[in-house]
Design a protein around this ligand. Structure first.
Ligand code: C2E
Ligand code: MG
Ligand code: MG
Ligand code: MG
Length: 293
C-alpha cells in the first residue's frame, strides 16, 4: 500500500512538473513574441498569404482573404491567432493592421491594373474599431493606391462587433458610406441578438468553420447553417462558408443555398505570386477543375 501511495505521489508531482513546464514554455514563447513583434512589424517581416473565396455555383474565385504570416528565425512560424493576440495585448494591433491593409490594398490595386476584378478581404481587430482614425486611414490607403472601395472587404468577428455593439454599428455605417464591403467573421460563435442583426450594416456573413467541418455528421449543424442562410436572405446578405475540406461538404452547402465558400478543399492560403498564376488560368482552381456539373 505504501508503495502504491508513493507511486501515486510521484506520478502526481511529475504531472505538476510537466504542467509547470508547459506553462513556462507558453509564457516564455508569449514573452518572446511580445519582444520580437514590434521589430517584425516595423521591418515588414510579416507578409500575407491569400486564400481564394469561391462561388459554389460557377466554381470560380471571386476574391481572396489576406491572412498574416510570420516566421521568426528563432521562434519558427508563429500562427496569426497567436501574434494577433499579443499585438492586441501590447498595443501593437494598430500598426499590424496598417501593415496588412497597406500590403493587401497595394496588391489588390496591382491585380486591378492587370485587368482582374479580384477583391481582397482584410481582417480587422476589435481594437481597430475603437481607433479614432480608422475610417480616414482606410480612405487614404484606397485613394493612394487608386483602388475602388468596393474591391476591399473588411472582416470583423461577430465577437468583436458585439463587444461594443453601438460603437461597432457607427463605425460600420461610416465604412459602408466609404463603399467598402463588411463581413461578419466567425458568424454563429458570437452573441448578436436578432434585433441587433436586423440593423446590422454588413454585406456578408461568414459561417464559422466549426459548423462547416461537421456538417456531414448530423442534422444539428445543418439546421444552424440553414437558419443563417434564411437570416441572410431576409437582409440581402451574402453567405460565405469557411473551412470546406471536402467535395461532399462543398456540394451540400451549395444545395443548402450558400453562395460562396472557402477552404482547404479548394485552396490553401498562398503567396500572391500563386494567385497570379490562377488569374492566368481563368480563376478556376486545380482542385475543382473537371468536376463542374
Ligand atoms: P479567420 O479570419 O477566420 O481566417 C480563416 C482561418 O481559417 C485561416 O487561419 C485559414 O488558414 C483557416 N482555414 C481556411 N480554410 C480552412 C480549412 O478548410 N480547414 C481549416 N482547418 N482551416 C482553414 P489562419 O491564417 O491561421 O488565421 C487564423 C485567424 O487569425 C484568422 O481567422 C483571423 O481571425 C486571424 N488573422 C489572420 N490574419 C490576420 C490579420 O492580418 N489581422 C487580424 N486582425 N487577424 C488576422
Ligand atoms: Mg477572416
Ligand atoms: Mg473566420
Ligand atoms: Mg476564425
Amino acid at each position: 500500500a505504501d508503495l502504491a501511495l508513493s507511486v501515486a505521489r510521484a506520478r502526481a508531482s511529475s504531472a505538476v512538473e510537466r504542467y509547470t513546464g508547459e506553462l513556462q514554455t507558453t509564457l516564455t514563447r508569449r514573452a518572446m513574441i511580445g519582444d520580437l513583434l514590434p521589430e517584425a512589424i516595423r521591418a515588414g517581416l510579416i507578409h500575407l498569404h491569400y486564400q481564394p473565396v469561391v462561388n459554389l455555383h460557377t466554381e470560380q474565385i471571386t476574391m481572396v482573404e489576406a491572412l498574416a504570416r510570420w516566421t521568426d528565425p528563432e521562434l519558427g512560424p508563429v500562427r496569426p491567432d497567436e501574434f494577433v493576440a499579443v499585438a492586441e495585448a501590447n498595443g501593437l494591433i494598430g500598426d499590424l493592421t496598417d501593415l496588412v491593409l497597406e500590403t493587401a490594398v497595394a496588391q489588390a490595386a496591382r491585380w486591378a491594373r492587370a485587368g482582374s476584378l479580384l477583391g481582397v478581404a482584410v481582417n480587422i481587430s476589435v481594437h481597430d474599431l475603437e481607433r479614432e482614425g480608422l475610417v480616414g486611414t482606410i480612405r487614404e490607403v484606397l485613394v493612394r493606391h487608386g483602388l475602388q472601395a468596393d474591391r476591399l472587404v473588411l472582416e470583423i468577428t461577430e465577437t468583436a462587433v458585439m463587444s461594443d455593439p453601438a460603437r461597432s454599428h457607427d463605425v460600420m455605417v461610416a465604412l459602408r458610406r466609404l463603399g467598402v464591403g463588411l463581413a461578419i467573421d466567425d458568424f454563429g460563435t458570437g452573441h448578436s441578438s436578432l434585433s441587433y442583426f436586423r440593423d446590422l450594416p454588413a454585406t456578408k456573413l461568414k459561417v464559422d468553420r466549426s459548423f462547416v467541418h461537421t456538417l456531414l455528421d448530423g442534422e444539428d449543424d445543418r439546421r444552424i447553417v440553414r437558419a443563417i442562410v434564411d437570416l441572410a436572405r431576409g437582409k440581402d446578405l451574402v453567405v460565405v462558408a469557411e473551412g470546406i475540406e471536402d467535395r461532399e461538404t462543398f456540394d451540400l452547402l451549395r444545395e443548402m443555398g450558400v453562395q460562396y465558400g472557402q477552404g482547404f478543399f479548394m485552396a490553401r492560403p498562398m503567396p500572391a505570386a500563386d494567385v497570379d498564376v490562377l488569374l492566368t488560368t481563368g480563376m478556376h482552381l486545380p482542385a475543382l477543375r473537371g468536376l463542374q456539373g
